[in-house]
Design a protein around this ligand. Structure first.
Ligand SMILES: [Zn+2]
Length: 301
């Protein structure tokens, strides 16, 4: 899994910082998560192939999370895209995008498919044989979802020498990879675990922005490989988290600790702070494995 941060600041775009957007490469997919203003430029800067983006996940309809979307949809059209594009977003986005296109009389020449979200419970919104994506309902000023991206367990690894030694016909190798016991050439049952090894542990990534401190989300993200959790403020501005429904670095770390995640990635920083190292220091008083998001930074896990 490879995560590229395109933008990780709150509110407005600035010369050196962008609002929220990131790209997750998982199995054969390139998923775009949120699409703040400037996303197109950052996609180009980070050499992400536009036509490989087939699914876009929008957390909520505050501008710093989707103002780049209409431009990107329009650019896809100018690039004569033909591949369909799926957008998973709160109800309302379809109306918003189609109104803009209607007034400009500029329709896409590719299929634009909206999956409008309204549920306040986690739900499965995308699935294929290798990956599943679930919503993570968050507690923000308007309807907001985080997203959980999970690899499915892979096939078991065949120990070729052991399989030959056990006198198993090659025709059964696929069955072995799928976890079945099989009969060998002499009609004797061979236990699967004697000739195969466990596949690598499936990895998972949870994106949680924007949200107030919310212990309810712990259950949805238990043990994820990496958690991106917003930390708009430092603890000294904790009072601001109440009207804005955002979190501090310390609160993000507390969620990471309770959910026993692998790595916590902090982001959605308020533009009031110049020294972001303070976020890491504050979070590490609660949870050790903390990284700071940064525009252009790549995380592999
Ligand atoms: Zn917001």
């Amino acid at each position: 899994m490879k995560l590229t941060i395109l933008g990780c600041h709150s509110a407005t775009p600035r010369i050196n910082t962008n609002p929220t957007s990131q790209v997750l490469e998982i199995k054969n997919h390139i998923f775009l998560i949120d699409c703040g203003e400037g996303t197109q430029v950052e996609l180009r800067r980070n050499k992400v192939k536009f036509n490989r983006i087939k699914h876009i996940f929008i957390s909520h309809l505050h501008g710093d999370h989707y103002f780049g979307l209409i431009g990107l949809i329009s650019t896809f059209r100018l690039l004569t895209r033909e591949t369909e594009l799926h957008i998973y977003a709160p109800k309302g986005l379809k109306e918003l995008v189609t109104l803009q296109m209607k007034l400009a009389n500029s329709w896409t020449n590719y299929q634009l498919i909206f999956h409008e979200l309204t549920s306040h419970e986690p739900e499965l919104i995308f699935e294929d044989e290798k990956v599943a994506v679930y919503t993570i309902p968050l507690d923000h000023r308007i309807y907001t979802n985080g997203f959980l991206f999970k690899e499915k367990p892979g096939l078991r690894k065949l120990d070729m020498n052991a399989a030959i030694e056990a006198d198993i016909d090659m025709a059964y190798f696929n069955k072995l990879k799928q976890g079945f016991d099989v009969e060998n050439n002499k009609g004797k049952l061979v236990k699967n675990e004697t000739v195969t090894k466990d596949p690598p542990e499936p990895r998972s990534y949870a994106f949680c922005s924007d949200t107030a401190y919310n212990e309810k989300l712990v259950n949805s993200i238990l043990g994820v490989t990496a958690l991106y959790h917003e930390s708009t403020f430092l603890e000294k501005h904790e009072k601001l988290t109440i009207p804005t429904k955002h979190s501090t670095a310390k609160q993000a770390a507390s969620i990471a600790k309770q959910a026993n995640v692998g790595t916590l990635i902090l982001g959605h920083f308020s533009t009031r702070y110049d020294n972001l190292d303070l976020f890491k220091e504050e979070a590490q008083t609660v949870f050790k494995h903390v990284e700071l998001a940064k525009d252009g930074k790549v995380f592999s896990f």
